[in-house]
Ligand binder design. Structure first.
Ligand code: GLN
Length: 281
């Protein structure tokens, strides 16, 4: 049955479309697998996946940090790479963190953090921001489905965070996490695999520069006003962008900047801290 697909994808489609587990199928001959009512859906999903459509969009879900998140076209598909940011944030976990996920997409990063903190007996508040209405709605639904209280705001980076004009009154966060768009506009990967179907706004951003760093600059502009003294900023980046992102973070006045590596030892994230009050350049 659709031998063009890798077997884990075939099983995912079969299990998802019938609601039956793999063991059920394995125990019977293939001729008995699908009822007349089920066969058309499975056939259509196999064909759509064979034509390249992302499995996460076809099934409407993707696992991240051990939990199932709703996803749909218009929202970046959660990737295992981003789990590195959850691990890094948990290293400094404490009670009462005010967390902001900038460019939240499906909400997988912020929501996983809130749930992992809760599992460790810690309370936090979670704000998530995205410039895409579909992402905002998806994050809200994922937060509700996974039982997390979150404020999810529509807007462009910091513009979504209310200010009253008085810089001393800007909402402050203790932990700001972001997986921003960082793919260079000429990267050939954009024409391959799932990336062809994902929102370009989430991959390259809406006003990209050739170096893929435009959105880090935008994010870092707002950090002094919004990251509480001693607070932590965590940014995912492409595998060859670490030294550039470290330089930008230091230029923005953050201290103790450090590059982080994923499980295959590739440089994939940067962590830095807001200095004590009055110490910004
Ligand atoms: N890591 C993703 C990719 O290259 C890109 C995600 C992003 O730009 N934030 O497939």
């Amino acid at each position: 049955m659709s031998q063009d697909l890798p077997s884990h994808e075939r099983w995912a489609i079969l299990e998802w479309s019938t609601g039956r587990p793999r063991e059920w199928f394995i125990a019977r001959p293939e001729s008995e697998w699908l009822s007349v009512a089920e066969a058309p859906l499975v056939t259509r999903l196999f064909a759509a996946r064979t034509a390249g459509q992302p499995l996460a969009y076809l099934l409407g879900e993707r696992e991240f940090y051990g939990r199932r998140f709703w996803v749909r076209p218009g929202v970046l598909i959660p990737r295992a790479d981003t789990e590195l940011l959850v691990d890094a944030a948990l290293e400094v976990a404490r009670n009462g963190l005010r967390i902001l996920d900038l460019g939240c997409g499906s909400g997988c990063l912020g929501i996983s953090l809130a749930l992992e903190l809760r599992a460790r007996g810690r309370v936090c508040s979670l704000t998530m921001v995205d410039t895409s209405p579909v992402a905002v709605a998806t994050s809200r639904n994922n937060a509700r489905w996974l039982g997390v209280d979150a404020e999810v705001l529509l807007g462009d980076w910091w513009e979504a965070i209310a200010t009253n004009g008085d810089s001393a009154q800007h909402p402050r966060f203790d932990l700001v996490v972001s997986n921003p768009p960082y793919v260079r506009p000429d990267d050939p990967h954009l024409q391959m695999g799932d990336l062809r179907f994902e929102p370009s706004q989430a991959l390259v951003g809406h006003a990209p520069t050739a170096d893929g760093l435009a959105d880090y600059r935008r994010i870092l502009k707002g950090v002094p006003a919004h990251l509480a003294p001693g607070g932590m900023l965590l940014l995912e980046h492409g595998h060859d962008q670490q030294s550039d992102v470290l330089a930008l973070v230091r230029q923005a006045g953050l201290v103790d900047a450090q590059g982080l590596h994923d499980l295959s030892n590739r440089p994939r994230a940067v962590r830095a801290f807001a200095p004590p009050p009055g110490h910004y350049d």
